[in-house]
Design a protein. Structure first.
Length: 221
């Protein structure tokens, strides 16, 4: 599915978020810079076309490992970053090709809700991150609050985005899946609890939009 929609993925993400997704990624990198996090080995997991990996270059890393299952997404990623420090790897999150305690920073932007076995993936991420290493998640979480703004966004995301997304991406189903993946996902509190039980300490949670889009910053202790 992601191979199929890869040529339209960036444009539609920016369109449907009114380009706010760009700001959310930049905010995450500003946090790392404020914590004097620079250099080292960075893992951009579920990297897609590499929008977050592109921001990670601001940390002047030794290497960025851009990991995804979609060959076409990785192909776009390579052209976008155009950096010899960007290492493309086709792999799944449950089986990462890294030694224990190897990665300094891991980031996932809008990818954890697509993991088939989230608990196992988090354990694998913990395995490869160094002690004291940072794990940043930017994601759309299920918001259970019954507010007017949430209802309006729910209508937009349920009724408008799938129809427009499928038409513009020339897919018959992709954006229906993307809506369902959010609608059946965890709340940000549930995800934070899962991180804690997986061996991370949650340091900050930033509400980017209506309690739905959040940035969760965790550390391996």
């Amino acid at each position: 599915m992601f191979d199929e929609i890869s040529p339209y993925y960036d444009q539609l993400n920016h369109l449907f978020s009114v380009r706010q997704d760009i700001k959310w990624r930049k905010r995450a990198i500003r946090y790392l810079l404020s914590q004097n996090v620079k250099g080292g080995y960075i893992l951009d997991l579920a990297t897609g076309t590499g929008d977050l990996a592109l921001e990670f270059l601001k940390l002047n890393p030794t290497k960025i490992f851009s990991v995804d299952l979609s060959y076409e997404m990785l192909r776009i990623n390579r052209a976008k970053l155009n950096s010899e420090r960007n290492v493309l790897i086709r792999a799944e999150a449950e089986h990462l090709p890294f030694d224990d305690n190897f990665i300094d920073v891991t980031g996932i932007a809008f990818g954890v809700r697509n993991f088939e076995s989230l608990g196992n993936c988090l354990k694998e991420i913990k395995r490869v991150i160094k002690q004291g290493g940072i794990f940043i998640t930017i994601e759309m979480f299920r918001n259970k609050k019954n507010t007017l703004s949430n209802k309006l966004f729910g209508f937009y995301f349920r009724s408008i985005v799938p129809v427009a997304g499928n038409i513009l991406s020339r897919s018959s189903y992709a954006y229906n899946y993307l809506f369902n993946s959010v609608n059946t996902f965890l709340s940000v509190d549930e995800y934070s609890s899962l991180l804690t039980s997986s061996g991370f300490e949650v340091e900050n949670v930033y509400n980017n939009f209506l309690g739905i889009v959040n940035t969760v910053i965790a550390v391996k202790r």
